[in-house]
Design a protein around this ligand. Structure first.
Ligand code: NAP
Length: 478
């Protein structure tokens, strides 16, 4: 595969490449250009040159291009989904869903952009402006760099690229090195639909390279990043020099709190639906199971039984429930995390087993609130650590003791308990009687504390990727 710079398909200037490996089979999926600072700078110069004309294009014409784009993507769902399945080890049906979600996200942002109204300041509100009319319009920021992780390569690309393009920005996309192929195909289709080659570009290569380049360049107006808190924090620091807007969607270690009156069968279905999804590699998956001591054993027993029935195997075969992790290194790291949690006193009820990049669903009980996993250790695998509590306040304290705050779950039949929890939990989302692995395109998705800065969704992103300009018609009423 090649990078997409200024309307051309090009290798890295250095000629360097790396192989992308299918984690389920070990086969090479594609050879990827290893872009470096000079490639990014070239793309950023092209973006600066191309963006003003894109911003000047009437909005309804940009909309037509986006609708043409989603029609094209719908014609290619299967090949894009197969690419995503091969490069990322994600179940094929989840990959197909992700491509269709991308179409919905682009169309929804385009529709929402039709309603990005400006403001008219009340007439004659103060003596010194009483003959003036002041109103506002939204203008694009300029060039936005989008950096996405491996776990939702298509959906997260959509959440960043769609609002940026429809509002007249230029975009340079940097996909995760583990999942560059599907997003390259999707970017080529944007060109085919009519987005100019300098307005939408894609560079592959190591995250460290783009990090180094962003520390130096003056050509980028905003960065929209989804990934780890560590990298997000470094991007915020490097953007400070340029007063660069930096939007961050970061990690999570989300609580799933079960009160004694909860429907335990529903708890198990929701817990597995959220945590086995994408083999446990989901930012907003519930990652800590905080269960009332009176129902802890019953929940654990039902959970183990249901998880034991899951089938692991090649994600290209829809008969399998779970595929591998993104690569063997990630699987080894997840097993090391599990060993660490056990060292700190947890008892294994199920799993704790790995083969290649596959990690079996693992249930740990007797997890103390002092265990690292009960606080800030985010494990990217289908791991269910069970921590027990006695009182509402204790459950809330454990839920909030993490530095993260992405999503949360409360399971109970009592809406008063649910609402009390939902209003006190420090998280960007609280789902009542459902997994925190939950995202609507319209909600303001994002995190408290170290889980991020800013929100993504049609209710907020369009304002984040634009700036509001005041226009004053001085003495027009005189
Ligand atoms: P990561 O290491 O931070 O990588 C994410 C992206 O950043 C990749 O494209 C990566 O490129 C790039 N990158 C790496 N180092 C960089 C640097 N120094 N400067 C600039 N970019 C850099 O994250 P991950 O471990 O793959 O992803 C999992 C994390 O993302 C978890 O913490 C998860 O919770 C979080 N996440 C959050 C959300 C959300 O919406 N809040 C959604 C999904 C995931 P390379 O691939 O080339 O290294």
């Amino acid at each position: 595969m090649l990078m997409l710079i200024n309307g051309q398909r090009v290798p890295a200037a250095s000629g360097k490449t790396f192989d992308n490996i299918n984690p389920a089979t070990g086969e090479v999926v594609c050879t990827v250009p290893a872009g470096e600072a000079c490639d990014f700078e070239r793309a950023a110069l092209a973006a600066k040159a191309a963006q003003p004309a894109w911003a000047d294009m009437p909005f309804y014409k940009r909309s037509e291009i986006i609708y043409k784009y989603t029609a094209l993507v719908r014609e290619h769902v299967e090949e894009i989904a197969q690419a995503a399945c091969a490069e990322g080890g994600k179940r094929i049906d989840e990959c197909r869903d992700e491509v269709l979600t991308l179409c919905m996200v682009f169309e929804t942002f385009t529709e929402a952009a039709h309603h990005m109204y400006g403001n008219t300041i009340p007439l004659k509100a103060e003596a010194r402006t009483e003959n003036d009319i002041i109103f506002t319009v939204h203008e694009p920021l300029g060039t936005i760099v989008t950096i996405t992780p491996f776990n939702f390569p298509i959906e997260l690309y959509a959440h960043k690229v769609a609002p940026a393009l429809i509002t007249g920005n230029a975009v340079i996309a940097k996909p995760a090195s583990d999942t560059p192929l599907a997003t390259t195909m999707l970017t080529e289709l944007l060109w085919e639909a009519g987005v100019p080659g300098g307005v939408m570009q894609l560079i592959t290569g190591s995250g460290r390279e783009i990090g180094k380049w962003l520390e130096e360049t003056k050509l980028v107006d905003a960065v929209s990043f989804t990934g780890s808190t560590e990298v997000g924090s470094s991007l915020l620091a490097s953007g400070a020099k340029e007063i660069r807007r930096t939007f961050l969607e970061l990690g999570g270690n989300d609580p799933f709190v079960i009160f004694p009156d909860a429907d335990l069968d529903l708890c198990v279905t929701e817990a597995i639906g959220g945590r086995a999804h994408n083999a446990g590699q989901v930012c907003c998956a519930s990652k800590r199971y905080i269960v009332h001591e009176s129902v802890k054993d019953a929940f654990a027993e039902k959970l183990v039984k249901a998880l034991s029935a899951l089938k692991l195997g090649n994600p290209a075969d829809p008969a399998n429930d779970m595929g591998p992790l993104i690569n063997e290194k990630a699987a080894v790291a997840a097993m090391a995390d599990i060993a660490h949690i056990i060292d700190q006193g947890a008892t294994v009820l199920l799993g704790n087993k790995r083969e290649g990049a596959y990690v079996w669903p693992t249930v740990l009980t007797d997890v103390s609130p002092e265990n690292d996993v009960a606080k800030d250790l985010e494990v990217f695998a289908a791991l269910f650590p069970i921590i027990s509590f006695r009182t509402f306040d204790e459950a809330l304290q454990i839920a909030n003791q993490t530095s993260f705050g992405l999503a949360s779950t409360v399971m109970t039949a009592d809406m008063k308990t649910a609402m009390k929890f939902a209003t006190k939990v420090q998280a960007g989302t609280c789902v009542i009687n459902g997994t925190g692995d939950y995202r609507s395109v319209h909600q303001a998705f994002g995190g408290y504390k170290h889980s991020g800065l800013g929100r993504e969704g049609t209710s907020t992103t369009l304002r984040e990727v634009t700036q509001e300009k005041n226009i004053a018609l001085k003495n027009i009423l005189k």
